[in-house]
Design a protein around this ligand. Structure first.
Ligand SMILES: [Zn+2]
Length: 259
């Protein structure tokens, strides 16, 4: 993010589009310019990635990358609200990008139709300011988290299953905790797939929208973020809880070499 030389000049259309942001003293024109000069990489155009992408595009994030290697399936439409029935059978990244371009033609959308792993993530992550991970398996999540930590990029991570979801933020600038402090011993082959456990569709909307909110807060340095905390929401109880996440002194990622 280039905070040094923010260009506060907006077109009349942009002033109109973002007027409800600009009205907020905590955002204002300078905050909106910061959003315009920022970039976010979204891992997974699924149930979480859909609201993340829609809200970040609507908010005016200047460059949004979307990573997904799958095609849209009919069973996705119960929760992956960025897609329509006409998108079934087509590539998720490309169709999500088309939807975002309609929503906000003033921003740049970059689609990455590829499967991410430790071999291609470092170069990808390095070209964005912040990463939102809504992927559905631990192998991808570990690879994303490790790449973000190594490159100093803040990661906003969300997960859902059945009627519950969690959100947390991992900010290398704070020194920890990191994603592996939260999930130190998960089986990398373990899936978080909605296809196996089921998912109440609207839960992904709540958690994805929380992820978008936290990403915007991080970029704007607003309020209290979720670094060092995990927010848990249970839809059946209609209760939010948060708990502190300490640094694991044995963590193989953020504590390596420090103990
Ligand atoms: Zn750690």
């Amino acid at each position: 993010m280039s905070f040094n030389s923010l260009d506060l000049a907006f077109s009349d259309d942009a002033l109109h589009r973002y007027s409800r942001h600009i009205l907020l003293p905590e955002v204002g024109a300078s905050g909106q310019a910061t959003l315009r000069d920022s970039s976010v990489l979204i891992i997974g155009a699924g149930g979480l990635g859909s609201p993340v992408a829609l809200y970040l595009a609507a908010a005016g994030i200047g460059r949004i990358g979307i990573v997904d290697n799958d095609n849209v399936e009919l069973s996705n439409l119960q929760r992956q609200i960025i897609f329509g029935t006409n998108d079934v059978g087509h590539g998720k990244a490309e169709r999500a990008g088309s939807r975002l371009a309609v929503l906000n033609p003033e921003i740049e959308i970059v689609t990455h139709s590829l499967r991410v792993g430790s071999e291609n993530l470092p170069s990808l992550v390095s070209t964005y300011d912040l990463v939102c991970d809504g992927s559905d398996n631990f192998a991808t999540r570990y690879a994303v988290a490790d790449s973000c930590w190594a490159s100093g990029k803040t990661l906003v991570s969300g997960a859902v299953q059945r009627f519950e979801g969690t959100v947390s933020t991992f900010a290398p600038a704070t020194g920890g905790p990191c994603y592996r402090c939260l999930y130190s011993d998960a089986d990398e082959n373990e899936a978080l797939s909605c296809g196996q456990a089921g998912i109440f569709g609207a839960v992904t909307g709540v958690i994805g929208t929380l992820m978008a909110t936290e990403a915007l807060k991080e970029i704007l340095s607003l309020g209290r973020g979720l670094s060092g905390r995990v927010l848990v929401w249970n839809a059946l109880d209609a209760v939010f809880r948060s708990f502190d996440l300490p640094v694991d002194p044995e963590c193989s990622c953020c504590s390596r070499g420090k103990v």
